[in-house]
Design a protein around this ligand. Structure first.
Ligand code: FEO
Length: 615
């Protein structure tokens, strides 16, 4: 039975998962499977973007037939000729006599190498910037050579703002009922697999990835549709940011990856001691036994961490075999911009350290820490000082964290307030027929018996006056799926002159008659004010909880999550005018001096929440 899912009215995902494959491309373990994505555009013309691996052919053909709904296939765009994405090309050309293959000249060369077929009479050749009109949609072709193979191209559908991104933005792992990255906890459960996919598949080609990112930056993208892994429709910028780090070989994390090869446990022992001494100096480390951990995991971790330590025994007068393979893998994947230290071991002639260093010297911008360690069979008490010295040298190579000036001046650094952890909530109130709501971050439970919460509300907010008058309210606790539009609706306008609920289809109320939000909210608390006190800019309300219910198991939205994932990123510096930006909502004030009593017209925060826009 077919298994397909619509992405937009005209575009359908018709991909297939494979959980039986042990080694992707014969070399990368995929314990969580892999998804082969294919997409069908049904416009006046029907257009298929790539096919799938031969292992999942049958389900794919069922999916395609269901999505076509009896129509013929007009175009097959081959963005990437690698056989896991083009295995059904010949079969489809035979099945649909009118079908044209859309590809570039390189693709045509490669496909002829793999298959005996008269492609020339069935091909539409495209090049950089060419377009294909399919009815409502215009497809723009963008060449992306070496983002994995030389023939790779990506396609931008300007009608639905979809970037069909071929191997870029892919991920290992089958799609277990989820199609979109925002339907899973991607950072926690899939980012490691996305990094492992990137580094091992296209890690070598950072310059070409950066070139593609620069082309993509000119496009407005609502959906990223890669050939493996999840479709992206939210927080696309966060994932693109990861790609710009990986593509430029910039470490994601400060810390040390220690990879060791040890036959009798003595090299491992030295590596363990180093890790402990690093941790004692506040330096994070992760450790991998290269004889146990797959090389693709270690390559991926090497792209993640800023510092790399290789500890290896000597074997046949060279580097231990599994370590040699990892080091060669790193060199061939073009690892750059790292600080490296080496520990070697040898019972009669230790050579592994020098050889590892020699291999890594081929890579760009590798800084070696010179006080490496050489063991004769095992670490001796007399060498502990050397381990200490190595740990100290590694720790000293991290940039020192500068405390803010206020640490010594005794002043108040307002940025410190952002270090407090907060949630984000919609405070709703009702006065007669008037419903209103605003965003607040200051609501906490203050007692269990009686069950009470406190709530601080900016006096400039219309809700504050309403709450002082009526004394009843609801707190809708926002979940991580909350879109930015909720903040625009409830945070960037005043209830004095706007109906905050205008256009909202649902009208849910609690027993106190006050509205609450049923979507992107994981719980609702109703309160009745028992006390309020004036605290300058804000009123502090203490309230009895009169009703409370959970709406979903989704995680609560934190202030930090809002800043990291929901608030739009600032414009590129070149496009910004001199002035000040509100750290809360991003409003930009143009001018050299921000008045001290300035209140953000959007979110009502004061001048202390603005920062200077620096060019
Ligand atoms: Fe799954 Fe380069 O392809």
């Amino acid at each position: 039975m077919y298994c397909i899912r619509k992405i937009t009215d005209d575009v359908t995902w018709i991909g297939v998962n494979d959980r039986r494959l042990a080694m992707f491309e014969g070399v990368y373990h995929v314990p969580r499977g892999v998804a082969y994505n294919s997409y069908l555009l049904s416009d006046e013309k029907t257009v298929l973007f790539d096919t799938v691996d031969k292992a999942v052919r049958q389900r794919f053909l069922e999916n395609l037939a269901a999505a076509l709904g009896g129509r013929n296939l007009d175009y097959l765009v081959i963005q990437h000729m690698e056989p896991d994405h083009s295995a059904q090309a010949v079969e489809l050309l035979a099945l649909h006599p009118g079908l044209k293959l859309v590809c570039n000249t390189k693709t045509l060369d490669f496909i002829k190498q793999f298959h005996e077929f008269d492609f020339d009479s069935r091909v539409v050749l495209v090049d950089e910037g060419d377009t294909l009109e399919t009815g409502k949609h215009t497809l723009h072709f963008v060449m992306a050579p070496m983002v994995h193979w030389p023939e790779v191209m990506v396609t931008y559908d300007s009608a639905d703002k979809i970037l069909f991104s071929a191997d870029a933005f892919g991920c290992f792992g089958a799609l277990n009922g989820a199609l979109y990255a925002d339907e899973v906890d991607f950072d926690k459960d899939y980012m490691d697999e996305a990094r492992r996919y990137y580094t091992n598949i296209v890690g070598k080609y950072g310059a070409q990835v950066v070139a593609l990112l620069s082309k993509a930056s000119a496009l407005e993208i609502d959906y990223l549709c890669p050939l493996h892994g999840f479709v992206w429709r939210r927080n696309i910028g966060d994932f693109i940011l990861k790609y710009s780090l990986w593509g430029t070989y910039t470490p994601e994390e400060s810390g040390v990856m220690i990879a060791y090869a040890s036959v009798y446990g003595n090299t491992e022992n030295a590596a363990e001691l180093l890790a402990h001494k690093l941790r004692a100096r506040g330096v994070r480390s992760v450790m991998y036994d290269v004889s146990v951990s797959p090389a693709s995991d270690i390559v991926s971790e090497a792209f993640r961490w800023s510092h790399l330590v290789f500890a290896s025994t000597t074997y046949n007068a060279g580097i231990f075999v599994t370590m040699e393979s990892v080091v060669n893998d790193l060199v061939s994947h073009n690892i750059q911009n790292r600080t490296v230290a080496v520990i070697e071991n040898g019972s009669w002639a230790a050579t592994s350290g020098g050889l590892i260093r020699k291999s890594l010297e081929e890579c760009r911008n590798i800084t070696f820490i010179d006080c490496g360690l050489s063991l004769k069979s095992s670490l001796k008490a007399g060498q502990l000082e050397q381990v200490d010295r190595l740990a100290a040298a590694i720790a000293a190579s991290f940039p020192a964290l500068e405390p803010s000036e206020a640490a010594v001046t005794g002043d108040i650094d307002a940025n410190t307030m952002f270090k407090l952890s907060y949630g984000l909530f919609i405070l709703t109130t009702k006065d007669g027929d008037k419903d209103n709501g605003c965003i607040t971050n200051a609501a906490i439970q203050i007692s269990e018996n009686p069950r009470r919460i406190s709530l601080a509300v900016n006096k400039a907010n219309y809700s504050c006056g309403m709450l002082m008058k009526t004394g009843v309210f609801n707190i809708s606790i926002l979940a991580t799926s909350a879109p930015f539009s909720i903040f625009e609706r409830f945070g960037f306008h005043s209830g004095r002159d706007t109906d905050k609920f205008s256009g909202l289809e649902s009208s849910f109320r609690t027993d106190n008659g006050v509205r609450y939000l049923p979507e992107s909210v994981n719980g609702v608390i109703s309160g009745k004010v028992v006390e309020c006190s004036d605290n300058g800019s804000h009123m502090l309300f203490t309230a009895d909880v009169t009703q409370a219910f959970v709406l979903s198991g989704e995680p609560s939205l934190t202030y930090q999550y809002y800043f990291d994932h929901i608030k739009p990123k600032p414009k590129p510096r070149a496009e910004r005018k001199a002035g000040y930006a509100c750290k809360i909502c991003g409003y930009e004030y143009e001018g050299e001096h921000l008045p001290e009593d300035f209140i953000c017209p959007l979110c009502k925060h004061g001048a202390s929440d603005f920062e200077k826009i620096t060019g």
